[in-house]
Design a protein around this ligand. Structure first.
Ligand SMILES: [Zn+2]
Length: 301
């Protein structure tokens, strides 16, 4: 018995290490893929966390399913798609993530069609993803709802060899997470994991600043505040305006509660900026250890 104990302990340790990453080898960086509707969705909802993940050594890829070719009041079509692809690539460079891929489906016309689900399955497999992050299927924008459905409908299917048989299936169903939203019907977003992004709010602003056609043109036009946007010669004023207009939101009580769960109460109460994630039921349910491995910026136990 005396000799069995160390062997048992070593086996347990090995099991812990081997099981902490879902698909990639434990000795390699953890692999995260975020798939959403428009070039800028993930930027707004998880730009700070993506930067922190990249800084921690994770391989992070963003995919926008549509090319964003409807999101402007003066430009459209291929011209706009080209601008938005270049903006997305620049944003990726600023976050330090591996890739920001923009597919060519039309903006404002996305449906949860089977052939797009196949593309999503293939992309998740090719990334050998440990973690997949998408939008919830309830949201104000039909493209967001449909992108959310396409991603969650790929969960489980990614391990089925007879589906998309041209691409090797994953060994394990990844952890699927939802990015934060503020919609409450039929059910509110659950702040299962909350990350302080105070350290990377400047990177998030910098990444969003690359989406010029959106944050300084299209969105202000829809909000009727186009005249308030500082002109492009004053880069600092523009970034301040960006942060004040889009990002300086109060942390909600639910999000604060989740921050307290992961950080000490003293630290959690001082945070100004945070991003939350909900654990989707259809992927692998992560253990507390796996959550801390996926989010290494959280205090480790
Ligand atoms: Zn969007």
């Amino acid at each position: 018995m005396k000799f069995l104990f160390p062997i048992f302990t070593i086996a347990l340790l090995f099991f812990d290490v081997a099981s902490a990453q879902i698909n990639s080898p434990a000795s390699d960086p953890l692999r995260v893929i975020a798939i959403f509707a428009h070039p800028d969705d993930a930027d707004f909802r998880m730009g700070g966390t993506a930067t922190l993940m990249a800084q921690a050594g994770h391989k992070v890829k963003f995919i926008s399913i549509t090319n964003g070719n409807a999101g402007h009041h003066e430009k459209g079509g291929g011209v706009l798609a080209k601008i938005r692809r270049a903006e997305a690539e620049e944003a990726a460079r600023r976050y330090g993530i591996e890739e920001y891929e923009v597919w060519d489906y039309d903006d404002a016309k996305l449906l949860p069609e089977l052939h797009i689900r196949m593309d999503v399955i293939r992309a998740i497999r090719e990334w050998n993803a440990d973690v997949v992050i998408g939008l919830r299927p309830n949201d104000y924008h039909p493209d967001h709802r449909n992108a959310g459905k396409l991603v969650i409908d790929a969960s489980y299917m990614v391990i089925v060899p007879n589906v998309v048989s041209d691409t090797e299936p994953l060994k394990n169903n990844p952890v699927f997470l939802y990015m934060q939203d503020n919609f409450s019907k039929p059910n509110p977003f659950s702040h299962d994991i909350a990350v302080s992004i105070d350290e990377t709010i400047a990177n998030k602003v910098d990444g969003l600043d690359a989406h010029v056609s959106q944050v300084y043109e299209w969105m202000p036009w829809t909000m009727g505040v186009l005249d308030d946007v500082p002109n492009k010669e004053d880069a600092e004023a523009r970034k301040n305006w960006l942060q004040n207009t889009y990002l300086n939101r109060e942390i909600s009580e639910a999000q604060r509660e989740s921050l307290i769960k992961y950080y000490s109460e003293r630290r959690a109460m001082s945070f100004q900026h945070a991003e939350s994630f909900e654990i989707a039921e259809y992927g692998t349910t992560p253990t507390e250890e796996q959550i801390r491995m996926i989010f290494p910026m959280l205090p480790q136990r």
